[in-house]
Design a protein around this ligand. Structure first.
Ligand SMILES: [Zn+2]
Ligand SMILES: [Zn+2]
Length: 256
């Protein structure tokens, strides 16, 4: 299983794209502005999208991608998300006001997007020995992380999240955890903002990680533009002893 990082920034700017991960060229996990770097042919190859939550930096690319694909895809793209996330998307984005409802276009029988509600901790088979399991994380809106498993390894993407024992309880129950993609959006001096916006800061993530019984390699995402170098400096102290790297657009992360 190969994950290409289309975007992993907490905002926009030159060279920065917001969260979107492309799994084996056919599955998107989140659809932020990183989707805009895919060619039309690459967009048309996407069969499924898994959304962590409804925030714009994770879903705006889905709106534009759907609009590109009339006549280019043989069947609807399945968009998996929690009931709450789907409800927000349908009421507030794909509602014919902000954007057309692509779940009935070009027609209801064979639309561009098909909503697929998924439930926390119910595993979905992706074929070829791969599976994905959504799990609840703490954020300002209902949010999922996703655990990806193959025959030979396991990778977890937390999405946007904050300190919460439920996260570590879920991760500790996994039989193995080789790679953990986790967010740090703000530097330590913005811990109050992190608390309000439910995003990690380096010191907080470092202390929370003591609850994790696995020892995965860490990949850090979602730094707010302008905060990257301060976060990197603070992580040297806060994540001492961990094998980690700061994820960048264009990186690939693989398992088994
Ligand atoms: Zn968010
Ligand atoms: Zn975000």
């Amino acid at each position: 299983m190969r994950i290409k990082v289309l975007g992993c920034s907490g905002g926009i700017g030159p060279g920065l794209r917001t969260t979107s991960l492309l799994l084996d060229d056919e599955i998107l996990i989140d659809a932020g502005t990183g989707v805009g770097d895919l060619s039309l042919a690459q967009q048309a190859r996407v069969r499924q999208v898994f959304l962590t939550h409804c925030h714009l930096d994770h879903v705006c690319g889905l709106a534009f991608m759907a609009d590109n694909l009339f006549d280019l895809i043989p069947e609807p793209i399945r968009v998996h998300a929690s009931r709450e996330t789907l409800q927000t998307l349908r009421e507030h984005l794909f509602n014919w006001h902000l954007w057309p409802d692509f779940s009935v276009l070009p027609d209801e029988q064979n639309p561009l997007l098909r909503w697929q509600e998924c439930a926390a901790e119910e595993t979905i088979d992706l074929g070829e020995g791969r599976s994905i399991t959504p799990f609840r994380v703490l954020h300002t809106v209902p949010a999922f992380g996703y655990a990806l498993q193959t025959r030979n390894g396991a990778l977890v993407f937390t999405g946007d999240c904050y300190a919460d024992d439920g996260l570590w309880v879920f991760l500790n129950r996994l039989p193995r955890l080789d790679r953990l993609i986790v967010e740090i959006a703000f530097p330590d001096e913005q811990a109050a903002l992190g608390h309000a916006a439910k995003h990690f800061t380096p010191e907080l993530l470092g202390s929370e990680l003591r609850k994790l019984e696995h020892r995965p390699k860490l990949f850090l995402t979602h730094a707010k533009p302008g905060c990257e170098s301060r976060i990197e400096r603070q992580c040297k102290q806060a994540l001492r002893g961990w094998d980690y790297e700061h994820l960048k657009r264009g990186d690939t992360v693989g398992i088994g």
